[in-house]
Design a binder for this molecule. Structure first.
Ligand code: NAG
Ligand code: NAG
Ligand code: NAG
Ligand code: NAG
Ligand code: NAG
Ligand code: NAG
Ligand code: NAG
Ligand code: NAG
Length: 519
């Protein structure tokens, strides 16, 4: 900015806001608080840049049921802490440190690419940018299904020739080339190659399963750790080889999606004993023996919280399996039935293995478009996961249609970006903003620190979590899930005792950023 531009801006005091594209609201008729933000080829709201903060500047980003979407303001630290008895004091102390962030992201499903392909090229670029580009929400991870899931147009594997133990007929499909690879490459490009990709199979090919079908309940045939297990390991290895040959390398994998799933789509059951045997006899040795796959991080479990403790204990208590385990993946469905502190129990039992939430979504419903309550379901789950050693959070489909599909078994769900194929636009759902409140600043290697909350009772529906980031910022993220109460937060930085006061309005999420003085 030139000196004259700065002067002009100071005089008008509007340049900062005018420069940033804000939400163009689409309100569901008759439902005033059902707000989506409309994006097209030439217009899409952006994450307002942080800019350079002065030593006493505190940037506050807010989103709320009333329609705030990453609304940025700046408040100042005063020099002394005015701690009254009534205000809730939130103190960040970066001398107390916890886990490092791996990343935030979502999945490159077939449905995602199918939907993006229905939009004009320029609008696809805007959508990808909204996740991975400048002005977007800084996604740093991506989950890639190995072959089909329920969010495909049909059921397919990479080798349906029964008895092909050498996987001679293994091949990528049109879906890879039309729906997945182009968008993964674009995300790589937008993140300067830094996106961390991890794969997941939903099932082995039908011929490897006891029920002879990718769909429905069944496990791997034959002796545990035997020929069929070896074939399933080779099936996964060939995926990494084929994507490598297309210029795409992976950071990690989960061994199998939801080994307890009883869904009506592509599923496969696998007990902890079976997964341990598969790891130590088949998958682990095969991957470590190839330059393409030797460094891939291996995540076990990849299912709901309720079973995570016993499942991971069983596998990790076998040292020959444990040596291949880098992390433990967890999904969010049924989270209300199990306390998030079970993740801390898992961490304490296996402090050298990371915990990564790898799938979450809310289900489709008649009034899901613009439904803000889903944003708070996300923020509550993300904060309580992060408070219990989670190293990031992974949403499910990146892009869906207004029905919440396509999904070949009709298992429709919500997504942060919903296309309108008729108009060639897309709509940002409230959960897009929920994700962005975390993903934007909690870049890889950010570290959780102590964020102590005082004058708070559990029924306050207020959650908080604090971090320091690699680019020397301190970050506090809060949500207020109360229907009516505004909380006045007294934010204190323990390193300086500087304090400031911030109102957190009902049903809102706030991300608060300031400089790390010790940087
Ligand atoms: C895109 O959206 C902007 C902002 O709403 C609008 O001004 C513009 O006319 C739209 N463009 C098209 C091609 O619809
Ligand atoms: C595998 O797919 C590629 C690209 O579609 C094709 O060129 C090749 O012939 C296929 N190979 C086999 C063995 O089907
Ligand atoms: C990567 O991004 C650059 C700059 O936007 C663009 O010129 C290039 O075509 C992109 N490459 C791919 C493979 O998308
Ligand atoms: C699903 O299959 C597993 C083994 O493959 C079996 O233990 C379980 O009982 C089956 N569940 C149902 C509902 O059939
Ligand atoms: C490792 O690779 C070598 C050469 O490719 C092969 O001879 C050997 O059998 C492989 N070992 C395992 C455990 O896969
Ligand atoms: C975990 O294992 C213990 C000991 O075997 C058992 O008592 C407990 O019920 C199991 N918990 C779950 C949730 O399966
Ligand atoms: C898509 O756009 C059309 C034309 O404006 C509109 O009638 C329809 O309601 C839109 N769909 C959604 C889900 O908003
Ligand atoms: C901050 O205030 C606390 C409590 O009054 C005090 O113990 C601490 O030494 C102060 N820290 C700094 C850096 O001034």
């Amino acid at each position: 900015m030139s000196r004259w531009t700065v002067l002009f801006c100071v005089l008008l005091a509007v340049c900062a806001s005018a420069a940033v594209k804000t939400c163009v609201q689409k309100v569901t008729p008759g439902l005033s608080q059902r707000i989506q933000c409309v994006c097209n080829a030439t217009y899409c709201d952006e994450f307002p840049p942080l800019g350079t903060l002065g030593d006493d500047d505190v940037a506050v980003y807010k989103s709320s049921i009333d329609g705030k979407r990453f609304e940025r303001t700046t408040v100042k630290f005063g020099s002394t802490a005015a701690r009254s008895a009534k205000t809730i004091t939130v103190t960040l102390d970066d001398t107390v440190r916890y886990q490092h962030i791996i990343g935030f992201g979502a999945a490159f499903t077939d449905a995602t690419g199918y939907n993006l392909n229905k939009l004009p090229q320029a609008v696809r670029d805007v959508a990808m940018n909204a996740y991975f580009g400048e002005g977007g929400i800084g996604y740093s991870t991506g989950r890639v299904p190995i072959a089909s899931t329920d969010f495909s147009l049909t059921k397919y594997s990479y080798d349906d020739v029964a008895g092909d133990f050498a996987l001679k007929n293994w091949n990528l499909t049109n879906e890879d080339f039309q729906y997945k690879i182009p968008y993964i490459k674009q995300a790589q490009n937008l993140t300067n190659g830094e996106i961390k990709l991890f794969s997941t199979p939903w099932s082995a090919p039908g011929w490897m399963k006891t029920n002879n079908d990718m769909q429905g309940n069944g496990t791997i045939k034959g002796e545990v750790g035997g020929d069929y297990y070896q074939a399933f390991a080779l099936y996964q290895y060939k995926f990494f080889e084929a994507y490598h040959n297309n210029g795409i390398d992976f950071w990690g994998l989960t061994v199998l999606n939801e080994p307890f799933s009883q869904g009506t789509w592509q599923i496969m059951t696998l007990s902890a004993q079976q997964e341990a045997a598969f790891l130590k006899n088949n998958l682990g040795p095969l991957l470590k023996n190839s330059s393409i796959t030797k460094d891939i991080k291996i995540m076990i479990h990849d299912d709901q919280r309720d079973a995570i403790f016993n499942y991971s204990n069983t596998i990790i208590s076998d040292p020959d399996a444990a040596k291949y385990v880098d992390g433990i993946a967890v999904h969010w469905y049924m989270d209300e039935q199990t306390s998030p502190t079970i993740l801390t129990d898992v961490h304490n039992a296996h402090p050298d293995k990371f915990i990564l939430p790898t799938e979450a979504c809310t289900y489709a419903a008649k009034d899901m478009l613009g439904d803000w309550s889903r944003a708070l379901q996300y923020s509550y789950d993300i904060i309580t996961d992060l408070q219990n050693w989670a190293t990031g959070w992974t949403d499910w489909n990146l892009v869906l249609d207004p029905q919440g599909g396509p999904n070949w078994v009709g298992n429709y769900v919500d997504a942060p970006l919903i296309i309108n194929a008729t108009t060639g636009e897309f709509y940002k759902q409230p959960i897009y903003y929920a994700m962005g409140h975390f993903s934007k600043f909690l870049q890889p290697l950010s570290q959780r620190v102590s964020l102590k909350i005082e004058n708070y009772i559990a029924t306050d529906y207020l959650e908080v979590v604090g971090f320091v980031t690699p680019d020397h910022h301190r970050v506090a993220i809060l949500d207020n899930r109360q229907a009516a109460a505004t909380y006045t937060i007294n934010l204190v930085d323990a390193a300086t005792n500087k304090t400031t006061s911030i109102d957190i309005e009902p049903r809102s999420i706030a991300t608060i950023v300031w400089n790390s003085p010790s940087a």
